[in-house]
Each structure stands twice: as C-alpha cells, then as structure tokens.
Design a protein around this ligand. Structure first.
Ligand code: F6P
Length: 558
C-alpha cells in the first residue's frame, strides 16, 4: 500500500478546487433563495442518520470536483483494501480491521486475514465476554467475600478509556440498576484516589484495559488499585484466612492483545479478553475494550451497538459516491481545510448524554490524521488533520459560539441532535426538549444566514453599534439528526466519524493508523523520572529550561 500514493495536489480535481475557491463568493442566503431544492439536494441518509450538508459553502460544481478528487486518489481501492485486511497501516505493517469487530456472526464468506479466521476469533471473544458479563450481572461472579459486584472500574488511557467512558455516558439510561462503571485514566494520583474513595472493595471489579499492557499510566494505576484493594480488604478483615492472589483474581480482569503480560500481573488468563494488533487503540471501543460496557449495559445493548457500526460500515462500503455520507463528509472536510483554510472543526452535540463525544473524536481524528509525512515518508505540502473540539449545546452557546458567529476564522461545525428525548420534561406548557431543539435549529440558521446591517437598523439599533451587531453569516455547518440516541445510533455515529477520518487520510496520502507522535514524550518522561526524583547527574544533562523547571519542583516539594 505504500506504492502509488497519489499526491492530491497533482490531480486535476485539486486544480479545479483551487479555481472554485478563488471564485467562491459565499452567499448562503442567495443560494437558498435561488434554489428551493438546495436542502433536498444536499441532504443524505446513512442508516438511521439524516445528514444535511446544505449549509456548507459548496455548490454542485464543488461537490463534483470533490468526487473527482476521490476518484483520482483511488478512494474506492483504498476502502476495499481496508475492508479486506490489506496492511494499510504501513509504518506498523498491519491490517486495519476495526470493521471486522462488528461483522455479524454467520456472515459469509468468512474473513481470513494473514492466516487468521478473523470472524471466528471475533465471535469467540465476544462469546466469552458476554458470558462473563452475564455472570457479573446475575451475581454468579462475586468478589472474594461472596458479595455481588456493584462497581466496575475500567483502568485504561487513550483508546482504552475514551471510548468506554464516552459510550457509558451516552448510554447511561441502559445501565443495569445497581451496577455502575467508573474510569481511571490519568497517572495523576488524584484520578485513582478520587475514583475509588467511596467504593466498597468487596463489590468492586477492576478491568485493566490496555492494548499493549505496557502503558505506564495504566500499569501504574493498576498497581495502585491492586494495593488499594488489598489494603482496604485487609482493613475490613475481609482478607482474613484468604490469599492475596485469590483476592486479585476475584477483583481484577484484563483486556489486552498481550495476554502473556496479563498473567505476570496476577490476573488469571481465563479472565482476560483479547483482541488483535489490527485494531487500533482509538478504533477499539467495539472490541473487548468495551467489556465494562458489556457488563454494565448488558450483552444485548452491546450487540445493538455493534449492529449500528455495521450498518454504517455497509453504507460506507456499498453506497455510491453520490450518496455515500462518510465519503461526502470527509471530502467536505478536505474542502474546508485545504481550500477554505479552516484550522479547526467543532462538533456540537445537542444531547447531554453525548458530552464526552467531542473528547472521544479528538483522539479518533487527531491521533489518526495529525501527520506531517505521507505513507511513503515524504513531507506533505498541504495541511492535514484539523483540530477537533466541542462541547454540548446549549452550554457552548453561552461560552464560545460568539467566536463561531462573529470571529475572524472559519470554523466548520457539526451539529448533532435527536428528535426524541430520553427525559420528556415540561416546564408549564412548554416541552423542554422542543425548546432545546429550537436552539439547535436556530444556531445553524443564524450561522448560515446571519443578520445584515439593515436588519439590525430596522430593530432601532443605535448606528454606532450596528457593526458590532451584524452577523455576516456564511459560516458552514452540517446538521446530523436521528430519531433517538439508541445503542445502534451511537454505533452509527462513531463509525461515521471513523470513516470520515479514513477518507481524509486517503486524500492526504497519510497513514491514519499509526501514532508515532506520542512516543517521544513517553521516552523522555522515562528518562526524566530520575531527575524528578532528585538525581543531580541526570538533571545536569538537561537543557536549561528543563533544569530550571525541575529545580523549582525540587525546591518546592514538601
Ligand atoms: O500513546 C498513545 C496510545 O498508544 C493510544 O493510541 C492508545 O489508545 C493509548 O496509548 C493506550 O494504549 P494501550 O491500550 O496500549 O494502553
């Protein structure tokens, strides 16, 4: 796959898009007024999602050139390569097969990759994970003193944390009564201390989730929690007459691709759930990394979640480019980044349950596409991965939307909302969800159409402050709606963004599936640890700024 990477800037579509951007006179008001079918023409469906691209700075010609670009960079071939298990993660020489994690059982023909029957292996792990989840949920699996598990604590970081946290928060209404999940990720000792502070060790199950089982933060937190478990069981007298190893075995399970290392930690390999090196960390929430979810939400919910992913995978794999939503959204991002100069991309879910979705997307998109060389190792000569960020509406409206509405930058934004609320609430006669949705609809309208100086004047505004009250409009947004935030719809949304990220990576010719950029900091932290502990020799080897900063720490620590 390193061969034949097409430099997108050499394509005829890139030249066309350059021309389009030079000639572009953004006028969403005019474009909508002239074309009563604009919304219809630029609104698409993918599985259960409705996606309206009409409030973006595009027209038919631009979209045609973007599709031509997809053809010229051979998006079809690259997509087929991913789904079939070719080693498209070139720098790690690995297949990229998160789509295999959600293939339904019994699908034919079976997927064989690198001599592995991928379907059989996925189903085997899912089966074991569901059995285990059922045992915890029913109370058959207990802690060392025979008490039912009430809290599942996932210890992981990055992809071994962000996905499970986000999904747990999003699907909380589906959690079994009397079972909760908590998450420890940061090596800051505060995280573990605060998370376990009010827990009963006898009813707590820890899941050590780490693809490599070598991540400093996770292994440190796992040891800290093991110590907490043993100390607090001992204090309660719950360890009397029992072996520490048995306590660890009852209260710790693991999820990893490195099952050999799990045993060394004292976790019974019987209670470890594997996955494979063809699952990237940020693409792993639908693997055994979701064990905390299978336990707390239940296997049926997890299956529905996987089915949602698969529905979007099938859409992406089979829909024509004309109506292929992940492809069109990925291409639209290329337009915004490389031709309109967007540096960032806001994701604004109008659903409180999705409050961790932007954080989740940050790893998915930025660890994937924050690359400065192509998959062939050549420096890229165009911008790649934009900065993703966001917060749920309406909170963001009262914080940073000012800059999106009237600032000097172009900030494409995805607005996400659901027709049906989980909590139907009335304030007097007012349906509160309707009020919420009115805000969702109002924001994209305001961003697209703005408010002219004449409209401001017509409200009787003092002339001196008219300019400050003008909204230029023409601020690009995409609206994504579904009937309800169900497990399936959440799976669809995640897969949608996975494939958008893939499409952008294909156009940019980069390897979206490695993450070498996180390595240097990890290495240096290990090297600096002795200096922080007071080793003067190691300290003296550092640059003057680092010496000063560590020096300040050493003088201040009590
Ligand atoms: O350091 C980055 C990273 O490798 C992520 O890609 C990954 O999700 C995270 O660390 C955690 O890694 P692991 O699951 O191996 O502990």
């Amino acid at each position: 796959m390193t061969k034949n990477i097409v430099d997108p800037t050499t394509t005829s579509a890139w030249a066309e898009l350059n021309e389009h951007s030079k000639n572009l006179k953004p006028d969403l008001r005019g474009w909508f007024a002239e074309d009563s079918k604009r919304a219809e023409r630029f609104t698409f469906e993918a599985a259960d999602l409705l996606v309206d691209l009409s409030k973006n700075l595009i027209n038919t010609e631009i979209l045609e050139s973007l599709k031509k670009l997809a053809a010229e960079v051979k998006l079809d071939e690259r997509r087929a390569a991913m789904f079939s298990g070719e080693h498209i993660n070139v720098t790690e020489d690995r297949a990229v097969l998160h789509t295999a994690l959600r293939r339904p059982s019994g699908i034919s023909p079976e997927l064989q990759v690198d001599g592995q029957n991928v379907d059989a292996d996925v189903q085997e792990v899912l089966g074991r994970m569901y059995d285990f989840a059922d045992r915890v949920r029913s109370g058959e699996w207990t802690g060392i003193t025979g008490k039912k598990i009430e809290t599942v604590v996932n210890i992981g970081i990055g992809g071994s944390d962000l996905g499970p946290v986000m999904v747990y928060e999003a699907l909380k209404p589906y959690a079994q009564d009397g079972l909760e999940a908590r998450f420890i990720s940061n090596i800051d000792p505060t995280d573990a201390a605060e998370t376990v502070a009010d827990l009963d060790p006898e009813t707590t199950l820890f899941i050590v989730a780490s693809k490599t089982f070598g991540t400093l933060e996770t292994l440190t937190n796992a040891r800290v929690c093991r110590q907490w478990l043993l100390d607090s069981l001992r204090e309660n007298g719950a360890l009397d007459g029992k072996e520490e190893n048995d306590a660890v075995a009852s209260h710790f399970i693991a999820v990893s691709t490195a099952l050999d290392k799990v045993k060394d930690f004292g976790i019974d390999p019987e209670n470890a759930f594997g996955f494979w090196n063809w699952v990237g960390g940020r693409y792993s929430v639908d693997s055994a990394i979701g064990t905390s979810l299978a336990i707390v939400l239940g296997p049926d919910v997890f299956e529905e979640f996987l089915a949602g992913f698969h529905a979007m995978d099938e859409h992406f794999r089979t829909a024509s480019l004309e109506e292929n939503v992940p492809a069109l959204m990925g291409l639209l991002n290329i337009w915004n980044v490389n031709f309109l100069g967007a540096e960032t991309h806001a994701v604004l879910p109008y659903d409180q349950y999705l409050h961790r979705f932007p954080a989740y997307l940050q790893q998915l998109t930025m660890e994937s596409n924050g690359k400065g060389v192509t998959a062939e190792g050549k420096p890229v000569i165009y911008n790649t991965g934009e900065v993703f960020w966001g917060e749920p509406g309406t909170n963001g409206q009262h914080a940073f939307y000012q800059l999106i509405h009237q600032g000097t930058r172009i900030i494409p934004a995805d607005f996400i909302a659901f027709a049906n609320p989980v909590h139907a609430t009335k304030d007097g006669d007012q349906d509160v969800h309707e009020l919420f949705l009115a805000n969702f609809f109002a924001q994209t309208k305001a961003l697209a159409f703005g408010k002219t100086a004449d409209e401001v004047r017509a409200e009787g505004t003092d002339e001196a402050i008219v300019p400050a009250r003008v909204f230029t409009g023409n601020r690009p947004t995409t609206s994504i709606m579904a009937s309800k935030l169900t497990p399936s719809v959440l799976g669809q949304l995640i897969a949608l963004y996975e494939h958008i990220t893939f499409v952008q990576g294909v156009v940019w010719g980069i390897d979206s599936f490695d993450q070498w950029g996180v390595e240097l900091g990890k290495q240096l932290a290990q090297q600096l640890a002795p200096a922080v502990a007071g080793d003067r020799e190691v300290l003296a080897e550092q640059d003057s700024s680092t010496q000063n900063l560590i020096g300040f720490y050493l003088t201040q620590r009590k």
